[in-house]
Design a protein around this ligand. Structure first.
Ligand code: PMP
Length: 428
């Protein structure tokens, strides 16, 4: 029955919308960090970075249901929720970043941020990092350079996109935290080529923590210096906080805090709506105003009363249930458990990240760091049999993408580490 339904999915849901597994369980219910299939089997969901409050949160469901019954419309009307939610997002952001656009997804937020940078600077050229993902819409896809997500990226890139090497301090050309100057040196020829063309620079977009490879911190001082170089050319600095931001790091609310920088534009989505489509662009009033040169901005569903209530309820519940604190304490505990695996299992090369934004990197050889791609896929398949949902990430698909709901309990973190250790002991 599960297999037959899956076959029907393949008949009419366009195939590029891939599934995590070749023969997936049919899930029908979720509770906190667990999902349950139609046979009642529980799975620990360690990859869902959207449902940050946890699955099936009753208060969240009640709040959006009640708002739907009372009123739902669009941002051209005047209602309290949109005012209150924008105020709360501005209050969460650094001083000066107090103009909010409300959209429905991370891709939309990044598209709008790129458009704002181009409108503000009067230039087209955008700088971005290699191995990054920023979305599927036309402009966000153009700056999405990860060949794992889009193998065609190197050949389909428009001429306004300029890429620089991602400072992967684990397996890149330069290793360790003190490599900012080396990686900035690799960016210099790209910046000089932009200067030589004489068309200016609109901006730079990046995640403030290197997400694709499992949350490797950028080298110390890297973003500070790169932001200065971009600003010296009239460009704006965009922090893509869609995945890394909104309390997931535990130690910080925003990813850019980890680098000690303040961006000109913040983009956010995913967890801020706990699965309800919701995204935002947060910037200065002056930058926001630059869009008026082109007209106004409107999204039919962005900033609806239901979306705003969803967003505010997420913030309320995050505060009451101390989810950022939980991400920090459970994340620190889990990171220590994963680090212990490195001592016992040669395939575990390194654990990256912080809070509930972790990556365990599998290698065939500790010296060459040859990625253990097939092994990582086999480990994820075996974890499913043991009741854990886990997927590979990274351009080599050899990093475990550990980004669970922020309500993850210590017991669940231990269960995950125990099951992983069991798989590593069994072999794959
Ligand atoms: N930016 C980053 C860093 C992301 O991880 C994602 C989603 N994986 C996006 C943007 C795009 O967000 P969405 O899928 O909501 O369009």
């Amino acid at each position: 029955e599960t297999a037959a339904l899956f076959a029907r999915r393949r008949a009419h849901l366009a195939r590029p919308q891939k599934n995590y597994y070749a023969a997936p369980p049919q899930i029908e219910r979720g509770w906190k960090e667990h999902l349950f299939d139609v046979e009642g089997r529980a799975y620990l969901d360690m990859v869902n970075n959207v449902t940050i409050l946890g699955h099936g949160h009753p208060r969240f469901a009640a709040a959006i249901g009640a708002q739907w019954l009372r009123l739902n419309t669009n941002s051209r009307f005047h209602y309290a929720a949109i005012t209150e939610f924008s105020e709360r997002l501005a209050a969460l952001s650094p001083d000066g970043l107090d103009a909010v656009f409300l959209v429905n997804s991370g891709s939309e937020a990044n598209d709008l941020a790129l458009r704002l940078a181009q409108a503000h600077s009067g230039a087209r050229n955008m700088l971005c990092l290699l191995e990054a993902y920023h979305g599927w819409s036309a402009a966000s896809d153009a700056v999405s350079t990860s060949i794992a997500d889009n193998p065609q990226a190197p050949t389909t890139r428009p001429d306004w996109v300029h890429t620089i090497v991602s400072p992967n301090t684990y397996r890149g050309d330069f290793r360790g935290p003190d490599t900012a100057a080396d990686y900035l040196g690799m960016a210099t020829p790209v910046l000089e080529a932009i200067d030589a063309a004489g068309e200016g620079l609109a901006g730079f977009i990046a995640e403030s923590v290197y997400g694709n490879a499992g949350g490797i911190p950028l080298p110390e001082g890297y973003l500070k210096e790169l932001y200065a170089q971009v600003r010296a050319r009239g460009g704006l600095c965009i922090a893509d906080e869609v995945q890394v931001g909104y309390a997931r790091l535990g130690h910080y609310f925003w990813g850019f805090q980890q680098q000690g920088v303040v961006p000109d534009i913040i983009t956010v989505a995913k967890g801020m709506g706990n699965g309800h489509p919701l995204g935002a662009v947060i910037t200065t009033r002056e930058i926001a105003q630059s869009l008026e040169k082109e007209g106004t901005f409107f999204s039919s569903t962005g900033g609806s009363p239901v979306s705003c209530v969803a967003g505010m309820t997420v913030l309320d519940i995050m505060a009451e249930e101390k989810l950022q604190e939980n991400a920090r304490t459970v994340g620190d505990h889990l990171k220590a458990r994963l680090a212990a695996l490195i001592d016992r299992h040669p395939i575990a090369g390194a654990v990256h990240g912080m809070g509930l934004y972790l990556g365990l990197e599998f290698v065939r050889d500790r010296t060459t760091l040859e990625p253990a791609t097939e092994e990582t896929a086999a480990i994820c398949d075996r974890l499913l049999e043991l009741g854990v949902i886990m997927q590979p990430t990274g351009d080599h698909q050899n990093v475990l993408k550990i980004k669970p709901p922020l309500c993850l309990s210590i017991d669940s973190a231990d269960f995950f580490a125990d099951m992983l250790e069991k798989v590593l002991e069994e072999g794959w």
